[in-house]
Design a protein around this ligand. Structure first.
Ligand SMILES: [Zn+2]
Length: 174
C-alpha cells in the first residue's frame, strides 16, 4: 500500500482488527520512509448478479432509485431512504456471500420498506412480485395484517461464515 503522505511504495501493518461483526478489517499502517501512520479498511467486494448474468458492484444509490418511485407522495424523506439502503447493504453483507442475485436485493428491500411505509411497500411488492389481480393485493394486505413487521425483519438473521485463517508456514533458512 502506497504511503498517502510521501508516496513511498510500501508500508508496514502495525495493527489489524476486525470491525462491524467481522465483515470488515481495519489495519493501521506505518510508512518506513517518512514514519507517518494511516489506516486502511478491507471489506469484501459485494457484486450483484443481474438477470442477464452480468455482474456489477452493489450500489446503495440503485436501491434508493428503485424504492423512491414507490415512495412518491408518501411521508418518506432522503434520510429515510439512505437508512433503508444502508440496512439493505448490511443484510446482504451479513449473508457472507461475495456475489448476490439481483432478486435477493429485492427481497432484502421488502422488510425495511414495510417498516418505513406500508403503502410504499405494497406498491413496491406489487411490481417486484408481479401482482396481476386484486386478489394478489388482498392476499398481501391480509399478510400485512396478520404478521407484525418486526417478525418479518427477524427472518433475515445474519449467518456469518468465518473461514479459519490459513496456517502459517514457517520456512526459515539459515
Ligand atoms: Zn511516507
Amino acid at each position: 500500500m502506497i504511503c498517502p503522505f510521501c508516496r513511498h511504495d510500501d508500508s508496514r501493518v502495525v495493527d489489524s482488527r476486525p470491525v462491524e461483526d467481522g465483515t470488515q478489517i481495519r489495519r493501521r499502517r506505518e510508512c518506513p520512509e517518512c514514519g507517518a501512520r494511516f489506516s486502511t479498511q478491507e471489506t469484501t467486494l459485494l457484486n450483484i448478479i443481474k438477470r442477464s448474468g452480468a455482474t456489477e458492484p452493489f450500489s446503495r444509490e440503485k436501491v434508493i432509485a428503485g424504492v423512491r418511485k414507490a415512495c412518491q407522495g408518501r411521508p418518506v424523506n432522503n434520510d429515510d431512504l439512505a437508512l433503508l439502503a444502508q440496512r439493505v447493504e448490511e443484510t446482504l453483507r451479513s449473508s457472507g456471500q461475495a456475489e448476490i442475485e439481483a432478486q435477493e436485493v429485492g427481497m432484502a428491500i421488502l422488510a425495511p420498506l414495510r417498516e418505513l411505509d406500508e403503502i410504499a411497500y405494497l406498491r413496491y411488492a406489487s411490481v417486484y412480485r408481479n401482482f396481476t389481480s386484486l386478489a394478489d393485493f388482498e392476499g398481501e394486505i391480509a399478510l400485512l395484517r396478520a404478521v407484525p413487521s418486526h417478525a418479518l425483519a427477524e427472518k433475515n438473521s445474519p449467518a456469518l461464515k468465518n473461514a479459519a485463517p490459513p496456517a502459517q508456514k514457517s520456512s526459515v533458512k539459515i
